[in-house]
Design a protein around this ligand. Structure first.
Ligand code: FAD
Length: 590
């Protein structure tokens, strides 16, 4: 499937590096050959190019002037470099600035920004560090706009905000199109720790390149790391080893993705950064609520593993889950929501005064007036022989680019008959010609949207196998074979398989809430009027708000809530409604 088992993956320009990286990439290091990337050797042209590198009009420059200060810069001056904390947006009045990628073997110019252009990464909003180097190409005059002032500028000038936000999305595509390498991750394809780091980078849009240490083709690349022995996975930048086998929190700190929880009293803490959590974050922050979003891995949730969502209103051509997540994430950041990952919430405590404290596994605590639980669902494992042993080394519960690159030319098996299984099969068929969709029932349309079922059945790379069940998976260090029983004929076949993707019934991620909160028989959170019917509402002085759980001040939204349609639109709508309930409770409606 992938020629050399090296993969490059760019993300939003949110990936970053730490101070160590800054040290590696000082101005003195800029001695390599600079490769110029221009429109002719990059497929990124036309309207998309204009959106990535827009030109501000006179009115927008005039507004920008009010939020910053002018400065003249001499040619050759370095304005920021990888690993450095970004503190300001640069609007160019005249002259030019160049942005350079230093992550590969050779330095490459990613963009040259001229008069009325601007330079500023998404790291300005996320608080992460720069991933590229910016240098003055020809003597320039700029307006330096500090981060705090930038937030005010974005609110006060809609046209400026639109241009900047759109440029962030499009520049991400430039990064992808131009094959920016970013961080290098050296690790074995069968190593769960390597998979975990790659999943984390994928979720958080950190540009990176994976080098499979199990692939003989990669021996020369591996040798460039220098004398071992190394403890894999190894994280490197331009062949310089930065970290060896880091834990996820340590790696997240290094990237600047995990932030220490401020001591402030938040209006709302949102647990979960899937569509429900992101929807809630956009509405909460845009309406002035002091908002914190915590997620185990990063923004996106299940939707982040959907290759194409076609039933979300406003996107007639469909939209990838990653794109939708990045857009919502940017929107929430723009309005001032704070994000942190990986943050595994272990417990919520309610004090006598009605305030809450959200406790994380690592011992840190967020204090808040209200909580929105938007923790979604996780796909159930099957009681099948060998499955747990091979989890992460051939058995997966998510089907993104990260897992797809772990497959080879052998057949693969997707287990399930819902939309998630259908989406996964469609996506994986782009990488593998022998996708088996294992369906227990007799009709795909019973559980899958008809548009998707039709598409799956018309796909010659997908073999839909009805009346079929997975019975066993085998392999020593990684998956080798699966046993599939046709329950109609009771015949079991043993087949080669490079990967099994499981998308059967989902269980809500609500265990951490214990028994104090009312749940239905499957563990989904009960909210609103249903609590009255069940007799589990605990405040005799008022009725619960529509999405309030049995614990006053704690709300539920999205897939983890009892009775919801397990769809992106429904989750986003729930997120918005949860904020209406928060306002009602806090009495903060304008
Ligand atoms: C492959 C696939 C394809 C799909 N395709 C479509 C489609 O085309 N159309 C459609 O409408 N729907 C689709 N869906 C369903 C849709 O993605 C979900 O309905 C939607 O993502 C639910 O959003 P949510 O925010 O409620 O939960 P989730 O998306 O599940 O997000 C929950 C988040 O909470 C976090 N979390 C969980 N527990 C904790 C904790 N203790 N502490 C901190 N964080 C925690 C998780 O890391 C996760 O990021 C698809 C799903 C999958 C898997």
């Amino acid at each position: 499937m992938n020629a050399s088992n090296c993969s490059s993956e760019g993300g939003a320009r949110v990936g970053s590096t730490s101070g160590k990286l800054a040290a590696l990439s000082t101005r003195n290091d800029l001695k390599g050959h600079v490769t110029k990337m221009n429109a002719s050797n990059c497929s990124f042209e036309g309207m998309a190019h204009d959106e990535a590198f827009p030109v501000l009009n006179a009115a927008e420059i005039h507004v920008a002037e009010k939020f910053g200060r002018r400065e003249r810069l001499e040619a050759g001056r370095v304005l920021f470099e990888p690993g450095q904390q970004l503190v300001e947006l640069l609007v160019i009045l005249d002259g030019s600035l160049e942005v350079i990628d230093t992550s590969g073997d050779q330095e490459r110019i990613l963009a040259v920004h001229g008069t009325r252009g601007f330079v500023g990464e998404i790291s300005l909003l996320t608080g992460r560090r720069a991933t590229s180097l910016c240098r003055v190409k020809s003597a320039a005059e700029v307006i330096r706009i500090p981060v705090d002032a930038l937030r005010r500028l974005l609110i006060s000038s809609a046209s400026f905000a639109e241009k900047w936000m759109m440029s962030l999305l499009r520049r991400r595509e430039v990064i992808l199109a131009r094959g920016v390498e970013g961080l290098h991750v050296f690790g074995d394809r069968a190593d769960p720790a390597t998979l975990r780091l790659r999943e984390f980078m994928h979720r958080n849009g950190v540009p990176h390149r994976w080098i499979d240490t199990d692939d003989q083709n990669n021996v020369p690349v591996l040798a460039t790391l220098g004398e071992g022995p190394f403890e894999f996975p190894v994280i490197a930048w331009s062949r310089k080893v930065l970290m060896q086998n880091p834990s996820l929190p340590v790696f997240a700190d290094f990237l600047g993705v995990r932030r220490s929880i401020p001591k402030d009293m938040f209006d709302t803490v949102i647990i979960g950064g899937g569509p429900a959590g992101l929807g809630a974050a956009v509405y909460a922050a845009s309406e002035g609520l002091h908002t914190l979003v915590l997620d185990q891995l990063g923004p996106g949730g299940q939707a982040g593993s959907s290759s194409r969502i076609e039933n979300y209103a406003g996107f007639p051509a469909g939209v990838s889950g990653t794109e939708l997540a990045v857009r919502s994430y940017l929107q929430a950041l723009k309005f001032g929501a704070l994000f942190s990952a990986p943050c595994d919430v272990a417990e919520i405590r309610r004090a006598e005064d009605g305030l809450h404290s959200v406790h994380l596994q690592d011992g840190s605590v967020a204090n808040t007036k209200t909580v929105i639980v938007a923790t979604g669902v996780r796909y159930r494992s099957l009681g099948v022989e060998g499955l747990s042993k091979l989890s992460g080394t051939g058995v997966y519960y998510s089907a993104t680019h990260v897992e797809a690159l772990l497959c080879d030319e052998r057949p693969l098996h997707v287990i399930g008959a819902g939309n998630s299984a259908g989406q996964a099969a469609m996506f994986l068929s782009r990488f593998n010609a022998k996708v088996n969709l294992i369906v227990r029932g007799s009709d795909l349309r019973k559980s899958m949207s008809s548009y998707l079922a039709e598409r799956v059945q018309a796909n010659s790379r997908i073999h839909v196998r009805l009346h079929s069940e997975l019975r066993a998976v085998t392999g020593a260090d990684s998956l080798k074979q699966v046993s599939i029983e046709n329950v109609a004929t009771s015949k079991t076949t043993v087949e080669d398989s490079c990967a099994v993707f499981i998308f059967i019934g989902a269980t809500p991620c609500t265990d951490f809430l214990g028994d104090r909160i009312s749940k239905d028989e499957k563990g989904f959170l009960i909210t609103g009027a249903e609590l009255i019917a069940k007799g589990t509402w605990s405040d005799p002085n008022r009725l619960p708000h529509a999405l309030e759980t049995s614990c006053p001040g704690i709300f539920a939204a999205g897939d983890c809530r009892s009775g919801t349609t397990k769809r992106v639109a429904s989750a986003v709508g729930d997120g918005a409604l949860a904020i209406t309930c928060v306002h009602d409770l806090l009495g903060t409606y304008a």
